[in-house]
Design a binder for this molecule. Structure first.
Ligand SMILES: C[S@@+](CC[C@H](N)C(=O)[O-])C[C@H]1O[C@@H](n2cnc3c(N)ncnc32)[C@H](O)[C@@H]1O
Length: 270
């Protein structure tokens, strides 16, 4: 197969930018072409131009989604950046009086949403929050959302989950399911998933008490990052907490925020 042409690279990345805000510098051309090459060959196409024509067409049979999956990473695991879950727990205890809702806004396979649910279920059992609590997980990718709803995970992704929580909320697979873990209905009944593109207007979902927007802003250029953060913050109640990936630093936005801890921000109540 021929190497990816510069104009094809610009068109593919332009399409990704317009549609879901993914931003690729010119230096990422080797990465983009290598991530798409196997797929282009598997589809029996002669080159990247055919693939571009397919993903740009309205009737692409889900191939645009496939390209998004290939160009983004869905890397995630339970209790990633554990300090955030301690802050979450303190925050929820403080708010205990009213129904509590948390949004995992780029949930990938659901590890983050179910980690939040483990914290909330424990707090409820301990009588530290009420019975009305729920978690919403959203992502752009259908593939990860289907997997999140099935709630079956490779054991390795639960490496940060305590033994007690594994006992309480997880069922270990046997025989042909060995190495897999099924999340208990105690949690799945509280967590729902839906598709949402952070780069498009968001219908009213909230207000949420806490929002996780971690490890997704890395894909966006600075103006898109700002827009996404402000858009997401419209769904956070005043005084609520926003978590970003600690490596993502502070993202400039219009909405006033107060730093609480690395990657943790409070929306200033007006
Ligand atoms: C690296 S994962 C982050 C998972 C989790 N938040 C964590 O920190 O472990 C990034 C996720 O962002 C999703 N994503 C990328 N662009 C998006 C967009 N425009 N709208 C919604 N989700 C998007 C990807 O599909 C991917 O599942």
């Amino acid at each position: 197969m021929d190497a990816m042409r510069d104009d094809t690279f610009k068109k593919i990345t332009g399409l990704m930018y317009q549609t879901i805000g993914l931003s690729f510098a010119d230096s990422k051309k080797p990465l983009v072409s290598s991530r798409l090459s196997t797929r282009v060959q598997r589809l029996g196409m002669s080159g990247y131009e055919d693939y571009l024509a397919l993903i740009a067409s309205d009737d692409n049979g889900g191939e645009f989604q496939m390209a998004v999956d290939l160009l983004t990473t869905n890397e995630t695991y339970f209790f990633r950046e554990p300090a955030h879950f301690d802050i979450l727990s303190d925050e929820l205890c403080r708010l205990k009086g009213h129904p509590l809702s948390v949004w995992s806004a780029a949930s990938s396979f659901g590890d983050e949403a179910y980690s939040v649910a483990m914290v909330m279920a424990d707090l409820h059992t301990q009588g530290r929050i009420g019975a009305e609590w729920s978690v919403l997980g959203t992502d752009i990718s259908d593939r990860v959302l289907c997997s999140a709803s099935e709630a079956i995970f490779p054991e390795d992704r639960l490496r940060e989950v305590s033994a007690e929580r594994l006992r309480r909320y997880c069922l270990r697979g046997e025989a042909e399911s060995a190495g897999l873990v099924q999340i208990s209905p105690k949690l799945t009944s509280r967590v729902r998933f839906g598709q949402l593109n952070l780069c498009q207007p968001i219908e009213s979902l909230g207000p949420f008490d806490v929002i996780f927007l971690r490890n997704v802003l890395i894909y966006f250029d600075p103006p898109t990052k700002r827009e996404v953060v402000d858009r997401v913050l419209t769904q956070l109640r005043p005084g609520g907490l926003l978590f970003l990936g600690t490596a993502e630093g502070r993202v400039p936005c219009e909405t006033p925020l107060q730093l609480v801890a690395p990657g943790a921000f409070r929306k200033v109540a007006s």
